[in-house]
Write a protein that binds this ligand. Structure first.
Ligand code: 5MM
Length: 339
């Protein structure tokens, strides 16, 4: 695939009215989600749940791409259709999480670095053969006493850029995800300062590694107060600070930005995206790549019960539709009750 083809895939991933479903929970993470609904995390239950999401009727109207976990990429529907085939048949781009997780950064207490570069070239070749056309790597940055260190930001940006270059060599569009966590009592201003530093490092590393920016999708956090902050900023402040931060760091030739939800409620994540898309024009598309903000209502409606699979699908479709509207500036909060 040429750079032009990767640009087309990136454009499709952030097409107006659509966004990405992040369904790439590793087995330890999906177990935590299933524990909340008293459902055992067996391979078959995970398959059933992912099939519920991916076969929701009309999902392709609002979802442009799905990030899968290795296990799911190899699974099939009950009728025997491999999940990547099911997705591409609906015009949805199949994607794959390729990092192997955030691990403690030696000698830097409280900080993490994401691993997974060893053998990545070979894994990417296999994933391409299996139908994946984009990948995801998530770096995790914690705000705390004296952290993040410059070294942690640098180490994570370096790994993200090495991953992105390897993806493009393999004709796979990299989602570049530097996530500044919401955990903690920091203010919006502190989140903005750290997100500024993180994005500076990321774009310097991408340039140094000769990554072709129109062939990536950036997946950043929004600039938002910590979950324990005593005086949390309102929606408009979040939207304004996020756009200000992105405008200062993200070159105009990046095709698209697809936010993570990071622990925001489903409604908050939609509202923030909706406001940002009324503030344009922006040089890049602003869309979503939500995990929890798309899936939490679906999990709660399903609760592991076969007779509630349809309810789970309806809950997912509602969030996908409203986020699709938010990604094109057509969302208003009163749509929540009307939907
Ligand atoms: C779906 O969750 C993803 C997987 O996480 P683990 O590797 O920890 O199992 C996660 O990377 C996700 O894609 C992003 O954080 C976006 O999800 P949220 O819930 O933040 O929108």
């Amino acid at each position: 695939m040429s750079f032009k083809d990767m640009e087309s895939v990136a454009q499709a991933m952030v097409a107006p009215g659509k966004g990405i479903l992040a369904a790439d929970e590793s087995n330890p993470t999906i177990k935590k989600r299933f524990d909340l609904i008293d459902t055992e995390s067996t391979e078959e239950n995970r398959r059933t749940y992912r099939e519920m999401l991916l076969t929701a009727p009309g999902i392709a109207d609002h979802i442009s791409g799905v990030i899968l976990y290795d296990e799911t990429l190899r699974q099939k529907t009950a009728d025997g259709v491999p999940f990547p085939t099911l997705l591409s048949g609906m015009g949805i781009v199949p994607g794959i999480k390729v990092d192997t997780g955030a691990k403690d950064l030696a000698a830097f207490p409280g900080e993490k670095v994401t691993e997974g570069l060893d053998g990545l070239r070979e894994r990417l070749a296999e994933y391409y053969e299996m139908g994946a056309r984009f990948a995801k790597w998530r770096a995790v940055i914690t705000i705390g006493d004296g952290i993040p260190s410059d070294f942690c930001l640098h180490a994570n940006a370096h790994a993200l850029a090495r991953y992105a270059a390897l993806c493009q060599e393999a004709s796979i569009v990299p989602i570049v995800e530097p996530e500044v966590l919401m955990d903690g009592d920091h203010t919006l201003a502190e989140c903005e300062e750290v997100t500024n530093r993180a994005l500076t490092e990321v774009f310097a590393a991408l340039a140094a590694h000769r990554v072709h920016l129109p062939g990536i999708v950036l997946k950043p956090n929004m600039v938002i107060s910590g979950t324990e902050c005593a005086d949390r900023a309102g929606s408009r402040e979040v939207a304004e600070a996020t756009v200000r931060c992105l405008a200062a760091h993200v070159p105009a030739d990046v095709t698209g930005i697809a936010f993570l939800s990071g622990g925001q409620s489903a409604e908050e994540a939609t509202e923030h995206l909706g406001i940002m898309n009324t503030m344009g024009p922006h040089p890049w598309r602003l869309s979503f790549s939500y995990g929890r903000a798309l899936q939490a209502p679906a999990l709660a409606a399903w609760r592991g019960k076969d007779e509630q699979l349809g309810d789970g699908q309806k809950a997912l479709l509602k969030r996908a539709r409203l986020n699709g509207l938010a990604s094109s500036g057509g969302y208003t909060v009163d749509m929540e009750s009307a939907a």
